[in-house]
Write a protein that binds this ligand. Structure first.
Ligand SMILES: [Zn+2]
Length: 322
């Protein structure tokens, strides 16, 4: 994903739920939704075992197969939706989005949960020697996917009477991180990013299908902080409030900071624009700089940057919305 106008950040908006940026301690016993950060961690590690999941590589092929198999095992109806998009160089890029559906299509409401599973082919924020190395993409890709796999596993463990009363569609986007490499010094066109979600959201039959949606991106780092991202607020302000409030009630107000942040071009932007649904992005921004963390698009985005506790917090917050 790509950051746009990083400004403003941290305009104070602390009044909504009391303690805002401080760790909110639940005053009474709060029931935590079932979710295993350990299991999510193992799903990050498994994705990294394939190697970088760069489109067109064997690691990417193997990962697509593994993800579809896992989601089928968890009882979802799974399809791989394939097509082609032009990349930054004007080359045809094969795109495979993975769609897993839980709950009958006749349910009156559905939620969209999404993340991207591809790895960026270039460490273009790293030292020059690493520019043509792929990003291991533990956070920037695998973490969001891992949380959603664990959500799927948790749904599979529920007895019928405990299952979500809304339909849940998990969509794993391909080719999110194919945007123009910075070292080429060319104009970075924003539509060179998020190719998978741009392709997927062209499907007119999806309009009206979702009540709302959540995108997860870079949700596994130790000490991660999530702010109220600009486009999320523009497209889905009531849902941002609902999710951040749920996080605060679960005791995760120190991670989900009730403060505004800048605008990020990410899959939620294209999905929200094309389908007209409210959709929010839970994405890590550094609490001091307001920009992406130092390991972003470098070789350091590896398993060392993954913390079970962060995955646990994000997973519980997502589960609380089902
Ligand atoms: Zn990225």
């Amino acid at each position: 994903m790509r950051a746009r106008h990083y400004i403003i950040l941290f305009a104070i908006a602390l009044s909504l739920f009391g303690c805002g940026g401080k760790a909110a301690r639940p005053t009474e016993e709060v029931a935590h939704p079932a979710f295993s950060g350990d299991s999510a961690y193992s799903y990050v590690a498994r994705q990294l075992d394939f190697g970088a999941r760069v489109p067109g590589t064997e690691a990417h092929d193997s990962c697509v197969l593994w993800l579809t198999t896992q989601l089928e095992r968890f009882g979802a109806q799974v399809s791989v939706e394939e097509g082609y998009m032009s990349d930054f160089a004007g080359e045809k890029q094969r795109v495979r989005n993975i769609v897993a559906r839980f709950g009958s299509d006749s349910l009156p409401k559905r939620i969209l949960l999404c993340a991207h599973f591809d790895s960026r082919p270039w460490c273009d924020e790293d030292e020059e020697a690493a520019w043509y190395q792929p990003v291991p993409a533990a956070n920037d890709g695998a973490s969001g996917v891992a949380v959603l796999l664990e959500v799927a596993r948790q749904i599979s463990l529920m007895t019928n009477d405990k299952r979500p009363t809304i339909g849940v569609d998990i969509v794993l986007f391909d080719c999110e991180d194919m945007g123009t490499p910075r070292f080429l010094g060319e104009m970075d066109r924003q539509d060179t990013w998020c190719l998978g979600s741009q392709l997927w959201a062209r499907d007119a039959s999806l309009r009206g299908r979702y009540e709302w949606g959540i995108l997860l991106d870079m949700v596994g780092a130790p000490g991660a902080t999530f702010f109220r991202e600009y486009y999320s607020e523009q497209m889905a302000s009531p849902y941002v409030q609902k999710v951040w409030k749920a996080a605060s009630e679960l005791g995760y107000g120190h991670i989900f900071r009730n403060e505004q942040a800048g605008a990020i071009i990410d899959d939620h932007y294209y999905v929200g624009q094309a389908l007209g649904i409210p959709i929010i992005d839970i994405i890590h921004l550094d609490e001091h700089t307001g920009t992406f963390p130092r390991w972003w698009h470098t070789q350091q985005d590896d398993i060392q940057q993954i913390d079970r506790a962060t995955l646990q917090a994000v997973g519980e917050v997502v589960m609380s919305q089902l």
